[in-house]
Design a protein around this ligand. Structure first.
Ligand code: GLY
Length: 562
């Protein structure tokens, strides 16, 4: 009797967990799931799924909700990429990356000597790219959505109007940014009606954002790119030294692009093509790893870290040399870069005992923080969405019109700022990613769907600038090759190497001193970092159950299912 009672209690508890996921740790669900950087937004996505919406509908509602609850990166003032696989196995992508304004030029961030004015490409209104998020979400809805558009935007309107309780994480983050020399807009952005910074636990109302979202709800894409919102963006730009005009806004279009595809053993990789470098790079890295016999290389051993770092070093060099906006670079060797033959050639010159040399006369660029955001979604029919979007740095440019209530990106910083100049550190000057009017800046965002037997197997993505590619690649390897659960795959130690600067970045506390010593002796320059990436993933178990997790470095994030 007692045993029966215990078994019943356990099964009731399991059923409770399935039906009432609280968004923490690893979550299981049978019908659908949303994983993103904010549990309030995940819940909104799930409410859309429960109403009968598909994964696209849920991704639109979640993305608009994140624009209210996660202003570090959730946005309507930036851009991103969406990878979609439907329940029939067809896949596509939507590119809503920002574009350089019509008045932009390759020398816009240079001084009279032709040298980059330090920081100018990330600061001020000239750093703002023409936003793409509203156009991208609208295109996704027009092509693949099922519920009415207004039903998907309304939850965000309501959140902005009613207010959200400011979380500890966001309150601290906001304080930190306001303590610095951040622009006035950001200082005002978090203020309560008394004119003070909203504190942890207080209601944070965003009335101006609610009004902007209402116009988007009622007029779709035109609510942002035409009419009073567009006019205010153009007026604000003109009055404050920006160069985005009404023409830029009315001309902006999202683009549906064919996904870039690769394989790793029996799995298929469906990923974002340029202007993101993410898909090409993740596939190239996986191809390189496929050359190795990983059965004989224990996870996180010195040999493993060395091999992963060398795969990254080579891939990032190729990224810097070849990739940019496909509409301006018609001859990028994409097929070659993702081919098994190319990986074999790249693999063959890895020295298993010594770090390779990163040639300082070539390529290099900065790695970034966690200033982007990702959402993974699956619905009851098996439609899957992997969406990453961004305003570049945390809170983007930190600038915006007080009448509109949203923050502009500073994505122009993702272009190669000084044509022809590449140094040992952060700057790349290669041609494919030099600024041109209406060009899209190269990205590292890597929203990815992995399939097995034609069905979604893993939906994954992360913020983190160039580190996105490395963390997404390792999470895929962890699940497929080392058979980890989604939570473990996200939490275990990850590394990053981006060719230049020539540094092997690792997560502090997670690499043993012995491994650090051995890698240093092999010639690697090690650099510890608190954490890398902030992965959001869903693993589809053979039983049909969805297993989801958000990175523990995202305290407000959560996997919610039903
Ligand atoms: N802004 C980061 C990226 O697009 O890679």
């Amino acid at each position: 009797m007692a045993v029966k009672t215990i078994i019943k209690a356990i099964s009731l508890f399991v059923m409770f967990m399935i039906a009432h996921n609280n968004g923490f740790g690893q979550t299981y669900a049978k019908q659908g799931m949303v994983v993103c950087d904010n549990t309030v937004a995940s819940n909104i996505g799930v409410s859309i799924l429960k109403k009968g919406g598909n994964a696209i509908d849920a991704s639109i509602a979640t993305a608009f909700a994140l624009a209210v609850t996660h202003p570090q990166a959730g946005n309507i003032g930036g851009g991103g990429f969406l990878v979609f696989m439907d329940s029939e196995g067809k896949s596509t992508t939507i590119d809503f990356r920002e574009k350089a304004p019509l008045l932009a030029s390759s020398d816009m961030f240079l001084d009279d000597e032709g040298v980059l004015v330090k920081g100018s490409n990330h600061n001020g209104l000239k750093s703002v790219g023409v936003p793409g998020t509203v156009a991208g979400l609208y295109m996704a809805h027009q092509k693949y959505g099922t519920l009415p558009w207004r039903d998907l935007v309304q939850p965000a309107v309501q959140l902005a109007k009613d207010g959200v309780v400011l979380s500890w994480t966001l309150a601290e983050h906001a304080k930190k940014h306001n303590a610095g020399d951040y622009p006035q807009f950001l200082k005002d952005y978090f203020k309560n009606p008394k004119g003070e910074l909203t504190e942890f636990g207080e209601l944070w109302v965003q009335q101006e954002l609610a009004t902007t979202l209402e116009l988007i709800r009622d007029h779709g894409k035109d609510g942002f790119y035409k009419g009073s919102v567009a006019q205010e963006i153009a007026d604000f730009m003109k009055a404050n030294g920006g160069i985005i005009t009404l023409d830029d806004l009315s001309k902006y279009e999202a683009v549906e692009r064919k996904p870039i595809k690769g394989t790793y053993k029996e799995f298929e990789i469906i990923a974002m093509p340029p202007p993101s470098s993410g898909g090409v790079a993740v596939i190239e890295m996986l191809n390189l790893m496929e050359q190795a016999n990983l059965d004989s290389i224990p996870f996180n051993s010195t040999a493993y870290v060395h091999l992963v770092a060398e795969a990254m070093r080579r891939t990032f060099a190729d990224r810097a040399e070849h990739l940019g906006d496909p509409d301006y670079n018609l001859d990028m060797p994409l097929d070659k870069l993702i081919s098994k033959d190319f990986a074999k050639m790249r693999y063959e010159n890895i020295d298993f005992n010594h770090a390779s040399i990163s040639d300082s006369s070539k390529f290099g660029q900065l790695y970034d923080g966690k200033n982007t955001t990702h959402l993974s979604i699956i619905d009851k029919d098996g439609n899957a969405v992997s969406l990453t979007y961004t305003i570049e740095q945390s809170y983007g440019s930190g600038l915006g019109s007080p009448h509109l209530g949203f923050i502009f990106n500073n994505e122009m910083g993702d272009f190669n700022p000084q044509p022809g100049y590449t140094n040992n550190g952060w700057i790349i000057g290669t041609d494919p990613n030099v600024i041109q009017p209406e060009k899209r800046m190269l990205s590292s965002m890597s929203p990815t769907i992995i399939t097995k037997n034609g069905r979604p197997y893993l939906i994954i993505g992360s913020p983190g600038g160039r580190t996105i590619i490395s963390t997404v690649f390792q999470a895929i390897l962890n699940v497929i090759e080392y058979e980890m659960s989604i939570e473990k795959a996200i939490e275990v130690m990850k590394i990053h190497h981006q060719w230049m600067p020539n540094e092997l970045v690792f997560e502090n506390d997670l690499m043993s001193p012995d491994t650090q010593k051995a890698l240093t002796q092999m010639g690697h320059t090690l650099k510890g970092r608190e954490s890398l990436g902030r992965l959001m993933g869903i693993l589809c178990l053979p039983s049909g159950v969805y297993q989801g997790a958000s990175d523990s470095s995202s305290p407000d994030g959560g996997a919610v299912g039903y």
